[in-house]
Design a protein around this ligand. Structure first.
Ligand SMILES: C[C@@]1(CC(=O)O)c2cc3[nH]c(cc4nc(cc5[nH]c(cc(n2)[C@H]1CCC(=O)O)[C@@](C)(CC(=O)O)[C@@H]5CCC(=O)O)C(CC(=O)O)=C4CCC(=O)O)c(CCC(=O)O)c3CC(=O)O
Ligand SMILES: NC(=O)C1=CN([C@@H]2O[C@H](COP(=O)(O)OP(=O)(O)OC[C@H]3O[C@@H](n4cnc5c(N)ncnc54)[C@H](O)[C@@H]3O)[C@@H](O)[C@H]2O)C=CC1
Length: 170
């Protein structure tokens, strides 16, 4: 097994297309919106929370089944429908050009979403390489107590101190 390269990617303002409008799509959309990606959801139906995000103007909805042209401007795509053939078609249309996440056949894509814990500037991410997303979730949940909310302030203080040190060196 070749390990994936863990990177923190700046998605701010980047066009991200999510194909599918169900529960799994919602989770991926939330992660993408947190990173301030420009999210377009392509799906004939939306579950209620996704609809709310669209109504609030946080994401754009193209109310249609997947078609290749929706990827024209995309920087990344998530194939999150409940139809394996459609998800495979999304991956194949994206080719090697884009970041591609496929929720039911991860081997067709080139990136995974890890389980996440955020404390301000601190991000803890865990991946099992697709072996067991449940275990990734459980490991993350186990960190919650050790890395409680005080870490947000702690990181902010370290950041400010470091900035001052760097500024005084210039
Ligand atoms: C490869 C990967 C690709 C990707 O989606 O990026 C992938 C693939 C698959 N997941 C499946 C199932 C479930 N995944 C979850 C949950 C999460 N899955 C996430 C990531 C990933 N899932 C990537 C690898 C992560 C890694 O291990 O490194 C998390 C961590 C992050 C996120 O989604 O943002 C998120 C926790 C979020 C959180 O709690 O914060 C649950 C539980 C639930 O939904 O509550 C279930 C149901 C229980 C079960 O089946 O275990 C199936 C079978 C689908 C089917 O039945 O057809 C596949 C496909 C397959 O394995 O082939
Ligand atoms: N990777 C992960 O984290 C997980 C992945 N899964 C997988 O994700 C798949 C989706 O799960 P849910 O969101 O719960 O399903 P769901 O049934 O709630 O939603 C499916 C969505 O896909 C849309 N859709 C169907 N055909 C489409 C097409 N041709 N073009 C665009 N949109 C289309 C539907 O309109 C619907 O909005 C499941 O089939 C399962 O295999 C399930 C759990 C976790």
């Amino acid at each position: 097994m070749t390990p994936f390269c863990p990177l923190m990617v700046d998605l701010q303002g980047k066009p991200a297309v999510v194909v599918g409008g169900g529960r799994v799509a919602l989770r991926k959309v939330e992660t993408l919106l947190e990173a301030k990606a420009q999210v377009t959801i392509v799906s004939p139906t939306l579950q209620p929370e996704l609809l709310q995000l669209v109504e609030a103007g946080d994401a754009v909805w193209r109310r249609q089944p997947f078609s290749v042209d929706v990827l024209e401007e995309a920087w990344m795509v998530v194939a999150a429908t409940d139809d394996a053939a459609v998800n495979a078609q999304v991956a194949s249309a994206a080719g090697k050009r884009l970041l591609v996440n496929v929720v039911d056949q991860p081997e067709l894509g080139n990136c995974h979403f890890p389980a996440l814990l955020r404390r301000g500037r601190l991000t803890l991410a865990v991946s099992t390489g697709g072996a067991s997303p449940r275990l990734a979730q459980q490991i993350r949940d186990g960190w919650k107590e050790q890395f409680d909310d005080t870490w947000t302030e702690r990181l902010e203080r370290l950041y400010q101190e470091r900035r001052k040190r760097r500024a005084s060196r210039r």
